[in-house]
Design a protein around this ligand. Structure first.
Ligand code: PGA
Length: 260
């Protein structure tokens, strides 16, 4: 089993002092761990440099990520930030296609694909989010919805690009609601996503691709979720805002990695 990856998505939370405090607390709590689990912090963009400064320190326990990027290369796009700018700041990971961006900012699969391509051209790992709504699950359309999201984004990449992408399955009904997918539901969908990847890119790529679960993953349920065969880690929202909880989730990743 490959080492787990735990990504903290802070969303639009924390003032500057709180952001600094959270980074310091996480760093201190992880001191002395010989971590196998990879940890990524995705703060709001204005704090990216704060995180990259810490991430660049020797022995830092985490990588720096952000939550969004422009789909354009550069130019007259007021308010946007390019992948090249993120790369210049030493950002290593970027979430794309989060359901909140799809819902509130009209991010389509075509836009998600463009963003991934910009990131890949600048050596930043895209973490591509997919997942169905409650209505879609109730209508038993969850597999077809996710398959379409994967086909319209990942299928458009070359194998060389695909090797550098991560996927996060986040059922919309589980995000921020406290209602987590059961470990069986998470496993079932992640195995399905892996099989969809396998169809286009082959077994080796499917096995090697990191596929994470997100949606009310917390200190209590992380161990059971991460123990599922196809769950390579978690994309954590609310529980990544408290150092204690976030570190417990990382510890769950360590436990599962070391037991295998
Ligand atoms: P949550 O958010 O952990 O607060 O449910 C996860 C996410 O939206 O990435």
């Amino acid at each position: 089993m490959k080492p787990k990856i735990v990504i903290g998505n802070w969303k639009m939370n924390k003032n500057f002092d709180e952001a600094e405090e959270l980074i310091t607390e996480i760093t201190e709590k992880l001191e002395g761990y010989n971590l196998e689990t990879e940890v990524v912090l995705c703060p709001p963009l204005v704090y990216a440099e704060l995180v990259t400064d810490h991430a660049n320190e020797e022995g830092a326990p985490f990588y720096a990520g952000v939550q969004n990027v422009s789909e354009y290369e550069n130019g007259a796009y007021t308010g946007e930030v390019s992948a090249e700018m993120l790369a210049n700041m030493d950002v290593s990971f970027c979430i794309v296609g989060h359901s909140e961006r799809r819902k509130y900012f009209g991010e389509t699969n075509a836009i998600v694909l463009k963003k991934m391509q910009r990131l890949l051209a600048n050596d930043i790992v895209p973490v591509m989010c997919c997942g169905e709504s409650l209505e879609e699950r109730k209508a038993n359309q969850h597999f077809s919805v996710v398959q379409k999201q994967v086909e319209e984004t990942l299928y458009q990449l070359t194998p060389d690009q695909m090797e550098r992408v991560m996927v996060a399955y986040e059922p919309i009904w589980a995000i921020g609601t406290g209602e987590t997918a059961t470990p069986e539901q998470a496993q079932e969908m992640l195995a399905f996503i892996r099989s969809v990847i396998e169809k286009k890119f082959g077994t080796e790529m499917a096995v090697n691709t990191y596929i994470l679960y997100g949606g009310s993953c917390n200190a209590k349920n992380a161990l059971e979720l991460f123990s599922q065969q196809d769950v390579d880690g978690g994309l954590i929202g609310g529980a990544s805002l408290k150092a204690d909880d976030f570190v417990k989730i990382i510890e769950a990743g360590e436990t599962v990695t070391k037991d295998n």
